[in-house]
Design a protein around this ligand. Structure first.
Ligand code: SN0
Ligand code: CP
Length: 320
């Protein structure tokens, strides 16, 4: 594994899931791998879980960690090529990435979608510019269109918590008053479609009209605008809000009936509730759900450490 930008960088999902579970069982077994190696964690946006879990995972592997918030700690970075830099950005990614690549053996980057220009966001300019100029492995800490470390943690969580051989997994849209990226939903679809194709799960997507995700992500998943139909007999309910892809970055509805309640969970097969966090209680999901034994959100967040450790271990093993 050179970069970890998307599922395309993973040759064996099952092996990566098992590696994460092995790390959870024996966190310090590979401390030798990262000795005298450094990872830089670069954040263009806020984070709790990704920041802390990735740092912890790197430390479990014996690595040194440097963390920087772009624009607060560092200079604002210009991503466009060939522009006259007479604005508010003092440094070009060409120099910044090249310099970081000299300090670090690998670099994790978080850069959310701006939700203004769909083609620009879906071009994944920040990830590709860093991959081009840093010349060290790049780890996606949530980009404009994907959040693969979250999706691997979600796979680990489902593998751990499933009570049937081929669980029914439902991605449901949740209401929000702010436009949020499609990245977590895209990534979840990408990884769940792969798990479904391998026969491990049944995967369903449910959302209001107008919230169709990009075809390259939703793939062959069955999509319904009827949330109750989707929830029937489900083993896992994965809640996430996203803004419209087709009417890019728009909030088309805030219909509170899409928020998950204990009554909704009664439609399921003792379904477990999952959410990547942060989650706005009682806007997206009821307190009663998050505080019930059916909520996996804390274990799911804990599994981010093992997701990151499995990925960093793969990169260390294949990059010396
Ligand atoms: C891991 C999720 C990160 C981000 N979430 C938010 O930006 C939530 C912000 C809010 O609810 O105000 C998202 O939806 O992509
Ligand atoms: N789920 C997740 O990535 O959380 P943070 O945004 O807090 O890192």
């Amino acid at each position: 594994m050179t970069n970890f930008l998307s599922l395309a960088d993973v040759t064996d999902i099952d092996a990566l899931i098992q590696s994460g579970l092995a790390a959870k069982a024996n966190p310090f077994a590979d401390q030798h791998l990262g000795k005298n190696k450094t990872i830089g964690l670069i954040f263009f946006n806020s984070s709790l879980r990704t920041r802390l879990s990735t740092q912890k995972a790197a430390q479990n592997l014996g690595m040194n960690v440097m963390i920087m918030n772009v624009g607060q700690d560092s200079w604002g970075l210009e991503m466009e090529e060939g522009v006259l830099m007479n604005g508010d950005k003092a440094e070009h990614v060409r120099e910044a990435a090249a310099v970081m690549g000299r300090y670090c053996n690998m670099i994790g980057i978080r850069a959310f979608a701006e939700l203004k220009d769909r083609e620009k966001d879906y071009r994944e300019q920040v990830m590709h510019q860093f991959a081009k100029y840093a010349r060290v492995p790049i780890v996606n800490l949530e980009s404009a269109t994907r959040h693969p470390l979250q999706s691997l943690a979600d796979c680990i969580t489902i593998e751990e918590a499933k009570t049937v051989a081929r669980p029914k997994v439902v991605l449901t849209w949740l209401p929000h008053f702010k436009p949020l990226p499609q990245a977590v939903a895209n990534s979840f679809c990408e990884w769940m479609n792969a798990r479904a194709k391998a026969g491990h799960i049944e995967f369903i997507v449910t959302h209001p009209e107008g919230y169709e995700l990009a075809p390259e992500f939703v793939g062959d998943a069955y999509v319904t605008h009827n949330q109750s139909e989707a929830f029937a007999g489900a083993d896992f309910i994965y809640g996430k809000n996203w803004s419209s892809y087709t009417q890019y970055g728009q909030v088309l509805t805030q219909d509170p009936s899409w928020a998950v309640t204990m009554e909704d969970l009664q439609l399921t097969n003792n379904g477990k509730f999952m959410h990547c966090l942060p989650v706005r209680r009682n806007l997206k999901v009821a307190d009663a759900v998050l505080d019930s034994p059916q909520s996996l959100v804390i274990e799911q967040a804990a599994n981010r450490e093992w997701s990151a450790q499995a990925v960093l271990k793969e990169i260390l093993k294949h990059n010396g």
